[in-house]
Design a protein around this ligand. Structure first.
Ligand code: ADP
Ligand code: MG
Length: 212
């Protein structure tokens, strides 16, 4: 069995069968580097270029922490844009086991609040959103994060470039301190190190260098 087979990971048979059905036969380099520490529950900083499969890496980690019988928001993924949030939502839904009925909700700006409020009233396991809109829901009381176990900062470099640091800090303040935090980024500017020092606990850093 190659070292990059998903079956080397502590994933359930149903999840492995689902990956196979999706045509995900082998892990990409960043998945092979980040999934073992992430599945051990460690905080993680993962850096790899766009298109390297970072979404599935954090999606499998947050789904492994999820109890589908507990109907509360257990994972939050913050993304820089609505388009990226929609892509992440689609990937998490694909990777979730059908029998778990995992409810994934997208909360981004540029979409009327009313529909999001109604959706949240019906409950969710996973929230994927942009920092401003997620904060808006936290301040309205329409979203609670007290049952959160996994926080993902996706495209962290872009979120910093777009000026989301203050909103991210306010959202993190409402997350339980004993959560797992996973940070994914294509580049590693100084701001990422400061973000990690502020919001993460002894993070493991993995980096996949660009191929030449
Ligand atoms: P990134 O977030 O690093 O830019 P994505 O998560 O969007 O990259 O993944 C890029 C593409 O690779 C997606 O179309 C995804 O479905 C596909 N992909 C991810 N992991 C695998 C895998 N292990 N095997 C095959 N395809 C994969
Ligand atoms: Mg990505």
């Amino acid at each position: 069995m190659p070292a990059t087979a998903f079956s080397t990971l502590p994933l359930s048979p149903a999840t492995l069968a689902n990956l196979d059905r999706l045509g995900y036969r082998e892990m990409t380099a960043i998945q092979a580097a980040s999934l073992p520490p992430a599945l051990l529950g460690k905080d993680l900083i993962a850096q790899a270029k766009t298109g390297s499969g970072k979404t599935a890496a954090f999606a499998l980690a947050l789904l492994a922490n999820l109890n589908p019988r507990r109907f509360a928001v257990q994972s939050l993924v913050l993304c820089p844009t609505r388009e990226l949030a929609d892509q992440v939502t689609a990937e998490v839904r694909r990777l979730a086991r059908a029998e778990d009925n995992t409810k994934v909700v997208t909360l981004t700006g540029g979409v009327p609040l009313r529909g999001q409020l109604t959706t949240l009233e019906h409950g969710a396991h996973v929230v994927v959103g942009t920092p401003g809109r997620v904060l808006d829901h936290l301040e309205r009381g329409s979203l609670r994060l007290d049952a959160l176990n996994t926080l993902v900062l996706d495209e962290a470099d872009r979120m910093l470039d777009m000026g989301f640091l203050d909103d991210i800090a306010k959202v993190v303040k409402q997350c339980p301190p004993q959560r797992q935090t996973l940070l994914f980024s294509a580049t590693y500017p100084e701001g990422i190190a400061r973000l990690a020092a502020r919001f993460m606990r002894e993070p493991v850093t993995v980096k996949v260098a660009a191929q030449h």
